[in-house]
Design a binder for this molecule. Structure first.
Ligand code: GLC
Length: 801
């Protein structure tokens, strides 16, 4: 397999394990033994799940905690099991293998996994039998809650073959917490039966029915895991596959599986296809309807076509061509795919997040909308409205919520009841996100939508935003900065131990951004008094920051219970933290010379080849004063790790200061497609991960927690709005790039206010000053006027000094 690496060299995103196929918009994994499972997502936020490059993963319907369909054993050995498997057995020799390599792991003669937007296709060849599994979820609001696996088996040899196939998926009790606790009562209540060629699983007290069926009448089945696997065996060699005989077990209790057996007699060159359908319905009749919908494989073809069309449309709303092919692949495809995924699943269910604990994060989801506003604004709006419902009359919001029930939670363990039970930034992200939504869409009517509070009657969104601002103003500490609450953006910044005095400098800067965004909005609404008031809040807060938090070369991070600063040079540990150095620019808090100095200090003290560490020097041992941060070893996560989410703000800050080379440099440092060292990085090269171990960690450079991270939305914003500089405003699309000097320009196509903007940027000299020509006519400034009814706008941008 060494030749794979050689072949991949020179391709975009090439690693020893695969590369990008730009044409197909796929990441091609060329070896099954990736350092961690390289995952993809199926579904569009309703029924869905994760699937790895060897078929591992699980599914759920709308909520991975409350409506789990299939099982996955996290962090277990053997890794990345179970999943959606098909075994093939040669009936003449008794040899067997898995189409997806796992779980048998027999060395294939050929292997390839292609992860695409919303689907995964895994192909292997063994003993002249070529096989392939394609997984996807039929798109559309009205599609039944199910997934399809399309199996193709082809005889690539010169003699006739007799095979049997055995599918395998392990079903979960719908309440995933109960399932994972292996509660004995739950084991007793679930039963499976074989009826009309399908396996139906459920309980007597709830009509919900999990179903598994196929387009071809099976020759046999098993729905009892123990009968299928056999005693003292595992999934690598289940007794049923080894013998080649299904037992016809209907699971009376215990562990239900979906295993259907099919006979495959294949003449040379002949191919057979089986479509499996797995899902959950409100009752057995619903299950039968879903099964019937895909009995005809043409229906699966049609669903796949619709899925491709939907993604094509999604991805066509921002298309870019720059001199950097890795950036093109990321911004054009994978970053957008990841943004849509985080919009759907926040931080809830991934290969790292078990989908049982935290639910959807309110601030996480609010930020997630930022990466999708250009493509699915209506969906983003829906989500924002949903989150506003979690706001309390005093202005703060629940920290988390569960999508099926809408129920909110603080997400906090009960152990520190004396600590504040709110986060200082949650509600401010909503303000920032709504302003971004309005700049994108101009849908000012949204502000009038009536939404109830968690503890009060409905009010317009505008009032919700005012209450959010009020909460921060009413919860300020001794320096006039926002109180930190349980934590701020940094979950582990637990510095208020009941005094009610600890303050977040970073949150003050975030508040300034929110207040300025609101001021611009108020201008747009013709509310001059409000605009002045918001600008006043921003000015007042910025001057409090500048009076108390400037440490000489950078800004302090926070003040503790006793009013002592954290993240300052006089400290022994945590002398500098990156967030205030980027947000002093983003929040327009720092005077120009301080902004320059703060960013330079961050660069000198925290920048590494794999991104910028969050703080330095890290704690080494529990430190009461900061609690959470110091629970991690040095260099891990928030304790001096490289938090990719925070790195995106460095890109933006550099771009805002006009430093195109630096912004691009920061972009490249965390770009997964630039990491060819997969045996060090470990995680997927096509999506962002949440954190990379920092320079003080023995595994410096190792990525963790891929897919569900705020990095997705924020790098998208950083790349498209700040590096490329294409920024929606109330008055039109601003084009203000901060490009590296070496770039000759770029082209982009972007949908904005109903018109496709064809943008061509050409560097005519050094610098990033824009001369704009719109539809052939020179325009003053850098804003392309609103499209005014037309559906195409041609924009030429000349960049120089
Ligand atoms: C995780 C959380 C997010 C938080 C970040 C920093 O990504 O999901 O809410 O802001 O960590 O602690």
């Amino acid at each position: 397999m060494a030749s794979d690496a050689v072949r991949a060299r020179g391709k975009v995103g090439a690693t020893p394990y695969g590369h990008v196929d730009g044409q197909a918009r796929e990441y091609v994994v060329t070896r099954p033994d990736t350092p961690t499972p390289w995952i993809n997502y199926l579904g569009e936020g309703r029924y869905g799940g994760i699937v790895s490059n060897t078929g591992g993963g699980y599914s759920f319907d709308r909520d991975p905690r409350d409506r789990r369909v299939s099982r996955y054993r996290y962090n277990a050995v053997p890794a990345d099991q179970p999943g959606r498997y098909v075994y093939l057995r040669d009936q003449e020799t008794g040899a067997f293998w898995s189409v997806t390599w796992q779980p048998v792991r027999r060395a294939p003669d050929a292997y390839e996994c292609r992860h695409g937007a919303g689907y995964t296709r895994i192909a292997t060849e063994h003993d002249e039998i070529a096989s392939e599994l394609l997984y996807f979820v039929p798109p559309g609001k009205d599609a039944p809650p199910c997934e399809l696996w399309v199996l193709r088996v082809r005889n690539a040899g010169g003699r006739s073959r007799r095979l049997r196939s055995f599918s395998y998926v392990e079903l979960s009790y719908p309440d995933a917490v109960v399932d994972q606790q292996n509660l004995d009562w739950a084991q007793h209540v679930v039963r499976s039966r074989f009826e009309d060629a399908a396996l139906l699983t459920g309980t007597v007290f709830c009509p919900d029915t999990t179903f598994f069926a196929s387009s071809v009448e099976p020759a046999g089945f098993d729905s009892d895991r123990e009968s299928f696997v056999g005693r003292c065996r595992d999934l690598a060699a289940p007794i049923v596959v080894e013998r080649g005989e299904p037992t016809g077990s209907e699971s009376p209790r215990g562990n239900s599986i979906g295993s259907l057996c099919h006979e495959l007699e294949l003449a040379p060159g002949e191919e057979r296809r089986i479509v499996y359908v797995l899902g959950i319905a409100a009752d057995a009749a619903g299950a039968r309807r879903a099964i019937a919908a895909y009995r005809d494989p043409a229906a699966a073809d049609e669903a796949f076509r619709a899925l491709r069309e939907d993604w094509d449309a999604y991805l066509s709303r921002f298309v870019v061509e720059t001199p950097d092919p890795a950036l093109n692949a990321m911004v054009g495809v994978w970053n957008q795919v990841q943004c849509r995924t985080t919009l759907h699943w926040s931080r809830f269910g991934s290969a790292y997040e078990t989908g049982v604990g935290r639910g959807m994060g309110t601030r996480d989801s609010a930020q997630d909308t930022l990466g999708t506003l250009h493509a699915v604004p209506e969906r983003a709006r829906e989500l924002l409205t949903r989150i506003w419902r979690l706001q309390f009359l005093d202005g703060h919001t629940w920290h988390q919520f569960f999508p099926l029930t809408g129920e909110g939670s603080t997400g906090l363990a009960a152990e520190y009841p004396e600590w504040p039970q709110w986060f200082c930034d949650d509600h401010l992200w909503l303000v920032i996100a709504v302003c971004a939504y309005l700049r994108e869409t101009g849908d000012l009517g949204y502000l009038e939508e009536l939404v109830p509070y968690e503890d009060g009657p409905a009010e317009p969104i505008w009032e919700h935003m005012l209450r959010a601002v009020r909460f921060t103003l009413e919860h300020r500490g001794p320096h006039g900065l926002p109180r930190v609450g349980f934590a701020d953006w940094d979950d582990t910044m637990n510095v208020d131990h009941g005094s009610g005095k600890a303050e977040s400098v970073w949150c003050a800067m975030q508040f300034c951004r929110a207040a300025r965004d609101l001021a611009d909005l108020a201008d747009e609404l013709g509310r001059a008094d409000d605009a002045e008031r918001f600008r006043g809040h921003a000015r007042e807060t910025a001057s409090a920051v500048n009076a108390h938090a400037w440490d000489g070369d950078w800004y302090a991070r926070a003040f503790d219970d006793e009013g002592r600063p954290i993240g300052v040079a006089s400290e022994e540990l945590h002398r500098i933290n990156m967030n205030p150095q980027t947000w002093c620019v983003i929040g327009e808090v720092a005077p120009p010379e301080r902004a320059e100095r703060a960013l330079a200090s961050m660069h000198e003290r925290l920048a590494t080849e794999f991104g910028i560490a969050l703080l330095d020097p890290p704690y080494d041992g529990g430190t009461e004063r900061v609690r959470g941060t110091s629970t991690y070893p040095p260099g891990a996560k928030e304790n001096g790790g490289i938090f990719c989410h925070a790195n995106t703000w460095a890109i933006i800050a550099a771009a805002m200061l006009g430093k195109g080379d630096l912004a691009y440099d920061y972009y490249r440092r965390i770009l997964p497609l630039s990491r060819s060292d997969s045996d060090r990085y470990l995680v997927e090269p096509y999506v962002y991960c949440q954190n990379v171990c920092g320079p003080t960690h023995p595994q410096f450079g190792m990525g963790r927690n891929s897919w569900l991270t705020g990095t997705a939305a924020w790098t998208y914003v950083a790349a498209t709005q700040w590096l490329l500089g294409i920024r929606p405003t109330y008055r039109g699309l601003r084009i203000a790039p901060a490009l590296p000097e070496t770039w000759s320009g770029f082209r982009a196509r972007r949908l904005f206010r109903g018109a496709v903007h064809e943008i061509e940027v050409e560097r005519t000299g050094s610098g990033n000053v824009v001369a704009l020509v719109v539809d052939g006519t020179p325009v003053d400034g850098d804003v392309v006027p609103l499209p005014d009814g037309c559906d195409r706008v041609s924009v030429r941008v000349l960049l120089g000094s």
